[in-house]
Write a protein that binds this ligand. Structure first.
Ligand SMILES: NC(=O)c1ccc[n+]([C@@H]2O[C@H](COP(=O)([O-])OP(=O)(O)OC[C@H]3O[C@@H](n4cnc5c(N)ncnc54)[C@H](OP(=O)(O)O)[C@@H]3O)[C@@H](O)[C@H]2O)c1
Length: 247
């Protein structure tokens, strides 16, 4: 068993980008990090790096598109702890940015499998461990692209980027978060977007070929804030590092 006094967090897609940076920052606070990675080699390399920096890390092989992998991951975490304080559903797939006129179900399905069904699979499997915590928090890592308010604003560049799968998957994730928050008031469910929506900025990672203007540390500000909410903190919100984002 991992030390039951420590705050624990599971981060999906923790082997690189924002997931890895969130792991580093929460590890610095002395939290136990369950580091999800669909590829064990990449996950091990990331876990070793965090451990070398002093963090307490347990590598969790976890492909969010596989029921079996998610159930195995819950089993593994349960071997280390009888409760999970925080779940960060961070893993995400960008898809191929196929324009709406060309997009087929075959283009959209894998994106939904990672971005929509993935967080549902993982949340469902980890609910018993979350319910055993005193102040359980779930952070859904979404996107400004999932916001109707942002995508329908002509001043936002994303309104002119014609794409179907990714933005609609994140819009679904936003609604899923709200529905969880309403139905499960004992667990905080909040949506984080890594960018600065008002300034049209996002964080440089592999997902955007490092074209983002923000660092991964800036990109994880909203994720860390929602992961560290007090017991009297909000649920059912959508924020970036500057504050509330329109749905
Ligand atoms: N960067 C931004 O400014 C920005 C803006 C809006 C939203 N987001 C969201 O932030 C989250 C993290 O993205 P990022 O920018 O850090 O991109 P990234 O560096 O490409 O990281 C994506 C992570 O998701 C993992 N992943 C993908 N499919 C998976 C699956 N089926 N099972 C488990 N893990 C899987 C990847 O694993 P592999 O290494 O194995 O591929 C990787 O660890 C995503 O949900 C993304 O949509 C990012």
């Amino acid at each position: 068993m991992t030390n039951g006094e420590k705050t624990s967090v599971l981060i999906t897609g923790g082997n690189k980008g924002l997931g890895l940076e969130a792991a580093r920052r929460l590890g610095e606070r002395g939290w136990t990090i369950f580091l999800g990675s669909r590829d064990e080699g990449r996950g091990r390399a990331a876990a070793d790096k965090l451990t070398a920096g002093g963090a307490n890390v347990v590598l969790v092989p976890l492909d969010v598109t596989s029921n079996e992998s998610v159930l195995d991951a819950a089993e593994l975490v349960r071997e280390h702890t009888d409760r999970l304080d925080v779940l960060i559903n961070n893993a995400g797939a960008p898809g191929g940015a196929v324009p709406p006129a060309d997009a087929t179900v075959d283009d959209v399905h894998p994106v939904y499998d990672a971005n929509v069904y993935g967080p549902i699979r993982v949340t469902h499997a980890f609910l018993p461990l979350l319910r055993a915590a005193d102040n359980p928090r779930v952070v859904m890592v979404s996107s400004a692209g999932g916001s109707f308010a942002v995508v329908t604003d002509p001043a936002q560049p994303i309104s002119r980027m014609h794409e179907l799968a990714y933005s609609s998957s994140k819009a679904a994730l936003n609604m899923i978060t709200v529905r969880y928050a309403q139905a499960l008031p004992d667990i905080k469910f909040n949506v984080a977007t890594p960018g600065e929506v008002a300034n049209h900025k996002f964080a440089a990672t592999d997902m955007n070929r490092h074209t983002g203007q923000l660092t991964v540390t800036e990109g994880t500000d909203s994720i860390v804030e929602l992961a560290t909410l007090d017991a009297d903190g909000p649920t059912g919100t959508f924020t970036d590092r500057l504050g509330p984002v329109g749905w």
